[in-house]
Design a binder for this molecule. Structure first.
Ligand code: ADP
Ligand code: MG
Length: 356
């Protein structure tokens, strides 16, 4: 199988006029290479440009500038129906008057695929999404989860080079959603089709993506596998959006980092000593990486203690900073509200963040 990117997005920008006469930069110089046969998740809050990028890839929207390449060939001026890209929409978009089998066959008929081949593909794709036997039902006779599978079968039956999925699971309840996450992973592995899935749910992104591209206001701010974006967030936005993070004000000079109430730390021992910006910086530290020692001369004061099942969340005031600390509930007694504590952590769990 070819390696190289299946899909390349190169410096794509797209702006929309607002009714007020202004402009929204939905995509601002976005670049992304998607490896052939991989599962890529576009993650970001609502309104950050994820759907706009999918629509540009599918051909439903034309970028103002930049290029989109499928297997090295430009497709940004190729009409929608000629792109070997299919989309599964959140709304399923099934034809209500057609049976399940007719829904799947429709696109193949448009492509003038032979009758026997269509029958084979319909059967095969229904089997793939585990709906064999339901081909003669109407969409209204299926559950939401089953309708979602039909939409998937319909897209897969066309053998796309890239399958685009726009928040495909957000209409499902939590339990079904977990099950479908696993199913989608399986389908992607079995078909080796490149999947590009959009979600605003960081847990979903981490559970499914080989690569996660994090969006912030029309820009991709970081791309990496789930471990990378969690363990090595580049900006405060990524650190905060993926999991929980304490964003702490600190002072960096050439050899050390100083946090109010905690003193100076040798800069060489930080998680990313190569981050050399000096002056006022923001550092991230995960709540699970902090320990608390109760001591009368501790710089921190416990402001709040909350039991959350397996964890205890402790809020600590530390000068102008507030630290969210998570300690296991099966461990030692948690400190009481008002107690003085000294927060400790390994310096390599401190990460200096970039501004943008
Ligand atoms: P997401 O899918 O991440 O929620 P969208 O790509 O749908 O974000 O939207 C990005 C921004 O572009 C939003 O501010 C949205 O309001 C705006 N936008 C999207 N489509 C249009 C459109 N057709 N006309 C005007 N503004 C749009
Ligand atoms: Mg969207």
């Amino acid at each position: 199988m070819a390696t190289g990117p299946a899909l390349s997005i190169a410096r794509v920008s797209k702006a929309f006029a607002t009714p007020e006469g202004g402009e929204v930069r939905a995509l601002d110089d976005v670049s992304l290479d998607v490896t052939d046969g991989s599962f890529v998740v576009l993650l970001g809050p609502s309104g950050c440009g994820k759907t706009t990028l999918l629509r540009c890839i599918a051909g439903l929207e034309t970028p103002d500038s930049g290029e989109i390449l499928l297997r090295g060939e430009r497709i940004d001026h190729v009409p929608v129906w000629k792109r070997r890209v299919n989309t599964v929409f959140q709304s399923y978009a099934l034809f209500p008057h057609m049976t399940v089998a007719q829904n799947i066959a429709f696109g193949l008929q448009m492509d003038k695929v032979g009758k026997a081949e269509i029958e084979r593909k319909v059967g095969e794709s229904l089997e793939m999404v585990r709906l064999s036997g339901l081909g003669s039902r109407k969409p209204s006779q299926l559950s939401g989860g089953q309708q979602q599978r039909v939409a998937l079968a319909r897209a897969l039956a066309k053998d796309p080079e890239v399958l685009l999925l726009d928040e495909p699971l957000s209409a499902l309840d939590l339990k079904l959603r977990r099950g479908m996450q696993t199913e989608l992973k399986r389908l992607q592995r079995e078909t080796s089709i490149t999947f590009v899935l959009v979600t605003h749910d960081q847990g979903e992104a981490m559970a499914m993506g080989d690569q996660v591209a994090v969006f912030d206001s029309g820009r991709i701010v970081q791309v990496g596998n789930p471990e990378e974006v969690y363990l090595r967030p580049r900006t405060a936005f990524v650190a905060d959006f993926i999991g929980e993070a304490n964003l702490v004000a600190a002072q960096r000079d050439s050899s050390s980092l100083t946090i109010e109430g905690l003193g100076a730390i040798d800069a060489a021992t930080l998680a990313n000593p190569e981050a050399v910006e000096t002056g006022a910086v923001t550092v991230a530290i995960r709540p699970e990486n902090i320990s608390l020692a109760e001591t009368a001369d501790g710089a921190g004061v416990v402001a709040d203690v909350t039991f959350v099942g397996g964890d205890i969340h402790v809020d600590v005031e530390l000068g102008a900073n507030r630290l969210n600390v998570r300690i296991p509930s099966h461990g030692a007694q948690p400190p009481r509200v008002g107690a003085r504590v000294h927060p400790t952590f390994l310096p390599q769990s401190l990460r200096v963040l970039a501004d943008s």
